[in-house]
Design a protein around this ligand. Structure first.
Ligand code: SF4
Length: 269
């Protein structure tokens, strides 16, 4: 594993995702190295080619962000939109932490998404700025099964505990069940376990289907390289919605959310 520090000229970029106005990615590459990760197909250079093995750290990010936060109109920032902001080097670099503080102070809303309980290190900040933050914890499957496709990410049990703790502390937390990969986490039982967690902590469940991308797809074990067609998804979606209804969990298909927001203004203000 290799970590390199780089310098950047920009911190915030316009987000291509309809739910965010800005994207903020403190790291290029992700040491969690999930096999299905789409980011490996979109990341240029060594971090994309050797996914999970090479990381670039934006060493001057906070200095640039401070300047931009003072100049730009506040909006919703996705932290991060490409890779995990709380992957292991965050313990040393504290870029996610610094970003939350700078952005919240400047009136931005920060939407964090992670697979790591390291986010609890920043509980003091998340509590202090609870009106300006929400935290998504990604769980594709409970138990050891997740280790197969998420070999270097924290265990789902640790993620579930972190989500519960955040909710207990009054932080707005959501569970991200995605991607749902055919043959891996699309059974009723697999889905029910994640839905149960979301319901038990009062978190919304946001879910999404797997969309094959060349590099990621080639890394999946052959058993999971199945046809992820419309018919398959209609059935899985029905199961998720049913289970959510039964458990009393609010759930949201990310694709429907995108469709609904397509006509809304995409710029702050
Ligand atoms: S944690 Fe997220 S960004 Fe990192 S490898 Fe896994 S899916 Fe990709």
């Amino acid at each position: 594993m290799k970590i390199y520090e780089i310098r950047v000229r920009r911190a915030l970029t316009p987000s291509g995702l309809p739910e965010y106005h800005y994207a903020l990615n403190p790291y290029v590459g992700c040491l969690h190295g999930c096999l299905y990760c789409y980011a490996q197909d979109y990341t240029r250079g060594p971090p994309g080619a050797a996914w999970g093995q090479i990381l670039y750290v934006k060493a001057n990010l906070l200095e640039v962000l401070r300047r931009e936060a003072a100049q730009l109109k506040p909006g919703v920032v996705g932290l991060s939109t490409v890779t995990d902001p709380y992957q292991p080097p965050e313990a040393k670099y504290r870029l996610a932490r610094g970003s939350i503080e700078i952005l919240a102070e400047a009136g931005f809303h920060i939407s964090v998404q992670t697979k790591s309980p390291l986010v609890l290190r920043d509980l003091d900040l998340l509590r202090r700025y609870r009106e300006s933050v929400d935290v998504g914890i990604t769980i594709t499957a409970m138990g050891d099964k997740a280790l197969e496709l998420e070999p270097a990410a924290p265990h789902p049990t640790a993620r579930a505990r972190a989500a519960a703790r955040l909710a207990e502390e009054g932080v707005k937390v959501w569970i991200y069940l995605g991607p749902v990969v055919p043959g891996y986490n699309d059974s009723r039982q697999d889905i029910a376990e994640v839905v149960k967690l979301a319901a038990s902590i009062g978190a919304e469940l946001i879910y999404d289907r797997y969309r094959p991308k060349p590099r990621a797809h080639a890394r999946l074990p052959p058993a999971y390289r199945q046809e992820a067609g419309r018919q398959w998804w209609t059935q899985v979606k029905k199961t998720i919605e049913e289970l959510c209804r039964e458990a009393g969990a609010r759930c949201l298909d990310v694709e429907e959310e995108w469709r609904a927001r397509r006509d809304l203004p995409q710029k702050p203000g």
